[in-house]
Write a protein that binds this ligand. Sequence first.
Ligand SMILES: *[C@@H]1O[C@H](CO)[C@@H](O)[C@H](O)[C@H]1NC(C)=O
Length: 508
Amino acid sequence: MFTLTSLPEDILILILEPLGIHELDALSLTCRTFNTIVNAYGWTNYLRINPRPSYSLAKARNVWSPRKRARYDGLADEAWTRAEFIARPLSRAWAAKLQPVLAISPSRLLVGAGSSISSYTFGAPKPGPCAPPVVFQGTVSLLEHPDRARDITAISMVTDDDVTVIVDVAFHDGAIERVRLFPAGDPPVLSFTRTKLPPMPNADFVENISTDANTMLTLSSNGLARLSPIITATADTPTPPTSLIDLQTRSWTSLLSLQSTPYAAFGTASSTPLTVHALDDGGALSPAPTAILHTKRAAADRLPSSAVYGLARAPPCSPWGASPQILVSGWYDGQVRCYDLRSSSRFSSNTPHTTNGALNGPTHTTTTPLLRPVLTLADRWSYEPIYSLSTGGGSGSHIAAGTARHSVVSFWDARSPSTGWSVHAPGNDPSPVYAVALESARFFGVTQSRVFVYDFGPGVSLERETYPALPLVRGVDGLKQRKGANRATYHVLRYAHDSSGLCGESLV
Ligand SMILES: *[C@@H]1O[C@H](CO)[C@@H](O)[C@H](O)[C@H]1NC(C)=O
């Protein structure tokens, strides 16, 4: 008699491919053959088809079984669909209003605030059903003279071997330093050594650093963009730039992408606030834009002046696929615009328009193609500028945007753009959300007052100290902690973008 299990094993493995977590669980209970096949292939296949990249969970995922990883992802995805999460500040409020920056690796989250860097390390999970911990490691001050403030404007990780992290740190005074952070002493405290790196020309300060595949793109506030190799072996040796161009305008953000068709995207304040510059075969940046990314409505020959402050790649499971040619951008007008750089819906105009371009020349005219967005997202209750962007989250399809006011972060599922929602950070500061880092189950953000996390994963525990303990007093730093069983979470205000726009608390 023919039975399903008499099919060859590779056919059975193919049959498992479209199955979700509940189906795999059920199937593994039906008979010994399927139990073996699900455990040998089912879970790993599921994880391959449903990638959920994350930094803070990387250590835990290395020791978790494929089934445990899949279950964690499934529970986190479900929490995202219900917009349910634990909200926690990771630090006390800073004494002054700061403009912090974030950098993240599989070992840690670094927060540059004022002249200090704080390190939060990502731990391996303790036994039991609890979430992998985030541990405050310490703070170092990079002041040179106690009475001369020097704010950090950008940090970028060079290497991180879990014990020692090497970061390039840029300061408002124009200095760039390579800083090595490591624990030293008994008990160990966070310590550092540093070396000076060559500054940008004209004493211009670094606004943004973007890296990909051992190449670093450094962008100064006045629009100098410098491409240089990251030399990690001799991490203290400065490296000669391979390419330098001048965007000739106030510049805010950049994104370097070296896969398939290499390019750098630049967000500036100008009449062409978002441009793409291709890299040639020798790895040099094109001085003039190779594409201008545009808003939908504006006529091709009238480019309104605007600004782009945040850029990100497509979410890993976006409707357009995870192509590096998908660019997500956050604009001054509060809109998040997604572009497909492969798109044929360019409206190439015959009308020449001015662009800012070549290194020495003044602005010149060109007929660079204009590209329209393939998707535009907005919080219809807020037209505050978008300051920061990151992608990932539930089902690997979310976009997170930090806005300019009221510490609001907006979330959209790129597969269903009208069902977005927004949430105020713990403490409800009247502050921008200056930087954000989204991974599968966790979102890290930073306001002028503090760094905070939203955790959509299961097993967040106060007793097991998933997150650093803060004083357990209501009203500390203007924060409100929940009581009773929900006291792992702090009060935050949340609202949907749909017509109801109802405000609610985070439900846990
Ligand atoms: C540079 O801009 C990108 C895109 O907006 C952002 O992801 C990154 O964190 C920024 N880097 C720094 C060092 O601020």
